[in-house]
Ligand binder design. Structure first.
Ligand code: KIV
Length: 279
């Protein structure tokens, strides 16, 4: 099996086969995504909160993102790998965006994602694509534009707001994005907008009418302890499993029942006797 391409995603959309995307932030989560056979892996700037404990996605640095990206690359073979351009690393100019995106490609990404559909962002997308770097767009709720402590809100709840989302997605499609993320958009709005777009739309909290879905790894496996948005479905309770494991480990260390003979190395009896003598 070869690596998924942006062309494969278009073909999945044409055939009506849902695209599966998940975030990953390290070698282990990437290798789980690989084994599960997902189509796209995003090193999301949600790593700021899930991996690094920051209060906002805005706080993760480019260097931190690149370190995580390299680890994810080592755990992946087949899914398309997308790097999320972090806040402050691409907004100023096309040159800044190109320099940042090139570092993600150097770290092993097949494509990058940026947030927003303003004229400036559409220019950034055009510049990156002209330089040969595929770009995924992101409209609706764009966490990088949300100030610390402001909370995340559903977008597209008025007709005007919904039309604005369509305008931005259409502009990103026109600029050449290979896919666009719809985040936190009412399902009936998504259902009306998606048929008006040719580009594959990947939803998160945007209902089922998209061409694919994305969830944050830590949310879907039940690893993240914080308050999750309404759209998150926890498919496992890994945090509870981990907590129980570490509690049992601590208990066994404290009672002396771990390590036992089965979890240690022995020594040939004669060699042990010789050591005793030498000592
Ligand atoms: O950073 C992230 O995890 C994202 C997804 C929610 C699309 O941007």
């Amino acid at each position: 099996m070869r690596r998924t391409t942006t062309g494969d995603l278009r073909e999945l959309k044409t055939r009506g086969v849902p695209i599966v995307m998940v975030t990953a932030y390290d070698f282990n989560s990437a290798s789980v995504a690989e084994a599960a056979g997902v189509d796209v892996v995003l090193v999301g700037d949600s790593a700021a909160m899930t991996m690094l404990g920051y209060a906002s996605t805005r706080l993760v640095s480019l260097d931190e993102m690149l370190m995580l990206t390299r680890a994810v690359r080592r755990g992946l073979t087949h899914p398309l790998l997308v790097g999320d351009l972090p806040f402050g690393s691409y907004e100023q100019s096309d040159d800044q965006a190109m320099e940042t995106a090139a570092r993600f490609v150097d770290a092993g990404c097949d494509a990058v994602k940026l947030e927003g559909g303003s004229d400036a962002m559409v220019d950034r997308v055009r510049a990156l694509i002209a330089a040969g770097i595929p770009v995924m767009g992101h409209v609706g709720l764009t966490p990088q534009s949300t100030g610390e402590g402001e909370g995340f809100h559903v977008h597209g709840r008025t007709a005007d707001d919904a039309l604005q989302i369509l305008r931005e997605a259409t502009a990103l499609e026109g600029a050449g994005c290979f896919a666009v993320v719809f985040e936190a958009i009412p399902a009936p709005v998504t259902a009306l907008l998606v048929p008006r777009l040719d580009v594959p739309i990947i939803g998160i909290g945007a209902g089922g009418a998209t061409d694919g879905q994305v969830l944050v790894f830590d949310d879907l496996v039940g690893l993240f302890a914080g308050r999750a948005p309404k759209f998150v479905k926890r498919f496992a309770e890994v945090r509870a499993e981990m907590l129980s494991a570490v509690e049992r480990y601590a208990g066994e260390v404290r009672t002396g029942s771990f390590p036992d003979v089965a979890h240690g190395y022995g020594l040939d009896a004669a060699e042990l006797d010789r050591l005793r003598t030498l000592l």
